[in-house]
Design a protein around this ligand. Sequence first.
Ligand code: ADP
Length: 263
Amino acid sequence: MDKLKKSAEYVTTPLLALRGVNKKYADNNGKSITVLNNICISINHNEFVSILGPSGCGKSTLLRIIMGLDSYNSGDVLFKGEIINGKVNPFMTMVFQSFGLFPWLTVVENIEFGLESMHIPKAQRLKKSLSVIQDVGLEGFENAYPRELSGGMKQRVGIARALVTDPEILLMDEPFSSLDPLTAEALREEVLKVWSNKFSTPDVVMMVTHSVEEAVYMSDRIIILSHRPATVVKEVNVNIPRPREKRDKAIYEYSDQITTLIA
Ligand code: ADP
């Protein structure tokens, strides 16, 4: 019975929902500026969702609010149907554009750090970290320091540190935008591989990006935000079967359609 109830919830309750979220900041003169205006978003299980919008419209703020790292003025954030307003959600982790690694820790220590607050015994932390190191192609770099790594390798560490906690939702804030095109391409494939493995987490990926083609190539759905104060202008379902081909005509067609919408 419990199992049945659980599976019914799985189908009907979004994994994540934002209801009428509003966010204001004070500018340098103390004047209140609205950044997010009545944001309503529902994210379902197994989805890969991208957020596109003009620079400065509030995309990073939105991710930080979802993660529980930033406050907001009104509205609700729900995880599995429960309001989690303002709490850091332990079932989510975030990958940053600027990697966010600790320079004084080695690769394996940086990754293990993600587990420290979870009170997992040291031996188990190490075992889990070494396993994720394999998943993201960092073997041989376990004891290297961030300064010894290329940008692509640093972001592999950033992704590994996020994955090691088995997050149900992986939030990514422009994760590939500071990487060279070939490295970015390889890392996109790695992320798609871990997300599409239905036997492991994450269930959902939510990515902020500036690249329309990247969003189309990777996502099931693209949420387009307006200029500040950001509202949801449109949601586009990307109905291209997976695995996708980067040079598929459909990718270009969706990209053109979305670029027109943004413009
Ligand atoms: P995006 O990710 O879309 O580029 P951000 O979420 O980083 O946008 O920022 C949205 C707006 O909020 C910008 O105008 C930015 O200057 C402002 N902002 C972001 N963080 C703060 C803050 N801590 N204090 C005041 N204003 C902020």
